[in-house]
Design a protein around this ligand. Structure first.
Ligand SMILES: Cc1cc2nc3c(=O)[nH]c(=O)nc-3n(C[C@H](O)[C@H](O)[C@H](O)COP(=O)(O)OP(=O)(O)OC[C@H]3O[C@@H](n4cnc5c(N)ncnc54)[C@H](O)[C@@H]3O)c2cc1C
Length: 384
């Protein structure tokens, strides 16, 4: 992996341009800004959080993460989320209530059993619970027949826009400059293959390091520096409701099983303001229906299991596009083809933001090569 040679005796500041103010770019900017002699500029083409982060379900978890190294990677970030939130020092609507799910057919229950076994072998605190325990955890549930239920006690949820705002605010207090409505249109490369500046409608902004944290748009911008980062298209929809009285008494996230062959499973959470967020399938399910009918349908599936939700209004939300590398694993690190270009592209970026901010800073500022990041290097996509 390429690293940046930094002359620590040089009084000049290391100039770092962070492209993209989603949760990943904001966390990296925040962590960088805590170091001395670093001049950070964040460039966001829209408003902070306009990309995947603003559309996210924002479940902090390591449930469906394979292989084991990726599971532990997510777990480690979950474990430092509390410290990250504490340092940001503001209310992020962070709630650690765990995740509750159940299945109502033998096939699906079998798959859940297998997953639980695997997760337990990896040390994840998830266990099978009885239907009585399920109803004790969430008395508002009307679960119907329960074949198997599980509770994953360390899962949480957060408000991504609040996290981004807090990161950028803290970064600004340490001198970071944040330009919104400023798309980076080009990476300006000198004869030795080094990026000297990024081009924007404000003009060129010179830099020593560029961090690409611009989500689905990483692929196009990286290509201008000869770096190949393939992604798959992964649209998703998380509909909202109007504010409701407190429906979930304990848990952060609920996964509700299919009602019949046409009404598939959904996941659901309630925010501190009472609004609910509902998505179909799992955290990775593809969905591009942003119609009112679809929003009503998702809500009606929730009402089936949570009858007190009857009367809630479903609010359709635009489709969000997950940053999704072709092999579904994060892409993190400097690039051989453009040695001062650092990529930070990933799904599950809400879960991973604290850890990625911390580790990227070690690599960019201290020249470390973090071993834990070895499976995620951009070079794995090199074609030659
Ligand atoms: C429907 C859905 C559900 C999800 N659920 C979960 C979940 O439950 N848990 C979880 O951990 N993760 C979840 N994710 C994934 C998670 O939201 C993303 O991994 C994370 O938000 C990625 O953050 P990011 O900062 O990398 O990208 P983004 O949030 O997409 O931010 C990229 C930013 O770059 C800006 N930009 C793009 N091009 C340029 C340019 N040329 N110049 C300047 N700025 C540019 C964009 O405007 C955008 O603001 C979900 C995602 C979706 C869409």
């Amino acid at each position: 992996m390429a690293t940046i040679d930094r002359d620590y005796s040089d009084a000049q500041k290391l100039k770092i341009a962070v492209v993209g103010a989603g949760i990943v770019g904001a966390s990296i900017a925040y962590h960088l800004s805590r170091r001395k002699d670093i001049a950070v500029t964040v460039l966001e083409r829209d408003e902070p959080g306009a990309g995947a982060s603003g559309h996210s379900f924002a479940w902090l978890n390591s449930f469906g993460k394979d292989p084991v190294s990726y599971h532990h990677f997510n777990r480690r970030s979950m474990d430092i989320w509390g410290r990250f939130a504490h340092k940001l020092g503001t209310d992020l609507n962070l709630h650690w209530g765990g995740e509750l799910r159940w299945e109502n057919t033998p096939e699906r229950a079998g798959a859940l059993h297998q997953r639980i076994k695997q997760l337990q072998a990896w040390g994840y605190p998830i266990c099978i619970i009885s239907s009585d325990e399920l109803c004790e955890l969430e008395p508002g549930l009307s679960p119907g027949p329960v074949t198997t239920a599980s509770f994953s006690e360390i899962d949480g949820r957060v408000d991504t826009l609040k996290v981004i705002e807090a990161c950028l605010q803290r970064a600004r207090e340490s001198g970071t400059v944040v330009h919104t409505h400023t798309p980076v249109t080009e990476l300006c490369i000198n004869g030795r293959g080094k990026i000297e500046a990024v081009n924007t409608p404000r003009g060129e902004i010179s830099c020593d390091v560029v961090v690409l944290a611009n989500g689905v748009a990483v692929t196009v911008l990286a290509a201008t520096a000869g770096v190949y980062i393939p992604q798959q298209n992964s649209p998703g929809v998380v509909v909202r409701t109007d504010p409701q009285p407190r429906i979930l008494q304990n848990v952060s996230v609920l996964h509700l099983p299919p009602i019949d062959k046409d009404r598939h499973e959904i996941h659901l959470r309630q925010s501190a303001d009472g609004t609910l967020a509902i998505g179909q399938g799992s955290q990775e399910s593809v969905d591009q229906d942003d119609s009112q009918e679809h929003a009503d349908d998702l809500l009606s599936r929730a009402v089936h299991y949570l009858p007190t939700l009857a009367g809630a209004q479903a609010i359709p939300t635009p489709v969000g596009y997950r940053p999704m590398p072709i092999d579904e694993l994060p892409v993190i690190g400097f690039c051989a083809a453009a040695p001062n270009l650092y990529i930070a592209l990933m799904h599950s970026g809400v879960t991973l933001a604290p850890l990625v901010g911390e580790l990227a800073t070690l690599e960019i500022v201290d020249g470390a090569r973090v071993e834990m990041l070895a499976p995620y290097r951009p070079e794995r996509f090199r074609t030659e």
